[in-house]
Design a binder for this molecule. Structure first.
Ligand SMILES: [Zn+2]
Length: 149
């Protein structure tokens, strides 16, 4: 996993100008219930209520980065042999490297934009796409990455 994290960090730094932080996150493999618990523990009750009323069902939650413990939570079914699974790790690595970056974001969703952009580019290199692997068309992506307030 360490080698893979180094490769992804270098790739993100070269292609997206993110800091090439040498500090790797911890990586933990958990079941979907734990994933959901970690994700919602990062949000305030207001944020959860707002996201739910905006139509976010949290059903599409595939991984979580926990800022406080610098941990990437991946599903137990994650495999380094799957391009889609590795792209999820790329996405979460963007969130990890955002920690080391000075850029600030207007809302939680705005942090997602560069993460999805990197994930999309990674999949493109492997001849696939967010739409093919995750059913994320441009409209759904806009929904996940734009600020509402
Ligand atoms: Zn994300």
């Amino acid at each position: 996993m360490d080698v893979l994290l180094t490769v992804i960090t270098t790739w993100l730094s070269v292609n997206f100008g993110l800091p090439a932080a040498a500090d790797h996150p911890q990586v933990q493999f958990v079941d979907p219930t734990q994933l959901f618990a970690v994700h919602t523990s990062q949000l305030s009750a207001d944020e959860i209520a707002r996201m739910r009323s905006d139509g976010n069902t949290f059903d599409d939650l595939v991984a979580v980065y926990d800022d406080r413990s610098r941990t990437i939570y991946l599903p137990a079914s994650w495999s380094a042999a799957s391009p889609a699974d590795v792209s999820v790790l790329v996405h979460e690595m963007v969130h990890h490297l955002q920690r080391f970056d000075d850029r600030t974001f207007a809302c939680i969703e705005a942090r997602e934009k560069p993460a999805y952009a990197a994930q999309a580019r990674w999949l493109e290199h492997l001849g696939t796409s967010l739409e093919q692997e995750f059913d994320l068309d441009p409209m759904s992506l806009l929904f996940l990455t734009k600020c509402y307030h």
